[in-house]
Ligand binder design. Structure first.
Ligand code: PAF
Length: 277
């Protein structure tokens, strides 16, 4: 497996006709990321090239967020990626990605990007779309794989690819969970052992929302308020606990696939999760 820190080296290594599948990450990898690499391999076959990027993108962090303490573990990440058959790692430093302040940015439409995560993390999706668009221009993949754990991010990026007519097939990877049901996330590393146990409440409460909907409850505002209260009672600070249509994250409707999404802070750590029905 090759590791490239600069754009020209990566581009030279990617010359040729072999299809390219791309897994963008911010590093500090876990099984969920590795499963995306395996999915990428399945998509392009043994002769395809798999590229994973490792870059902690300052643009998608607000000043009070965890950019500085986000774990940088490139050596371990590279070993894990090599172990699942990744061909190339692109690990640029900040000067390579942003040699000058990034004035040109990709602003996703507000109806999708200013709700939920975008509401509580203003500018987050501008940062994500800008870096992913730039990474797409650098890697020029045929296929890119993103995890469903970041459900809204996946949707925002799919729309970007559609509207910008980028010739890239987007694949969605299922969320990986620990044996106890905790969604794998690089930020789980911030949790104490006690918090790891308590963190299960997020997916359990989302499951409760889905079950209530499936059992016929239709007072969504009430269901959501109860779910928020459940989290608060257990010492969390929830941003949202909500039921939405899978299709566009609008209000849920009978007969349409539903997703329960939540974001909440436990101690110093903000976690997100979602469950589809
Ligand atoms: O999901 C992530 O890890 C990041 O948002 C991404 C897509 C790599 C962009 O920095």
């Amino acid at each position: 497996m090759q590791i490239h820190h600069d754009i020209s080296g990566l581009r030279a290594a990617l010359q040729g006709d072999a299809p390219v599948a791309f897994v963008p990450t911010m590093g500090n990898l876990h099984e969920g990321h590795l499963a995306l690499v395996t999915q990428a391999r399945e998509a392009v076959g043994p002769t395809g090239r798999i590229v994973a990027s490792v870059f902690v993108n300052r643009l998608q962090f607000a000043p009070h967020e965890d950019f500085d303490r986000y774990p940088r573990t490139l050596q371990r990440d590279a070993e894990l990626l090599a172990g699942v058959g990744c061909d190339l790692v692109f690990a640029p430093d900040e000067k390579t990605m942003y040699p000058e302040p990034q004035g040109y940015k990709v602003h996703p439409p507000t109806e999708l990007a200013d709700i939920l995560e975008g509401h509580f993390r203003p500018g987050f999706f501008v940062g994500v779309c800008t870096v992913v668009h730039k990474l797409f221009n650098i890697v020029q993949p045929d296929v890119a794989v993103f995890g469903k754990k970041d459900y809204q991010q996946l949707m925002v990026l799919r729309r970007m690819v559609d509207q910008m007519a980028l010739p890239i097939r987007i694949l969605a990877g299922e969320t990986r969970r620990s044996d106890t049901g905790l969604a794998l996330s690089s930020r789980n590393g911030y949790l104490t052992d006690d918090e790891k146990q308590r963190a299960l409440l997020l997916s359990q409460t989302l499951r409760g929302l889905l079950t209530a909907w499936r059992d016929g409850a239709r007072d969504v505002a009430r269901l959501e308020a109860d779910a928020m209260q459940t989290m608060r009672d257990a010492g969390w600070l929830p941003d949202y606990m909500t039921l939405r249509r899978q299709h566009d994250l609008g209000a849920p409707q009978d007969g349409q696939p539903i997703v329960a999404l939540g974001a909440a802070k436990l101690g110093q750590t903000r976690l997100i999760d979602n469950l589809e029905a």
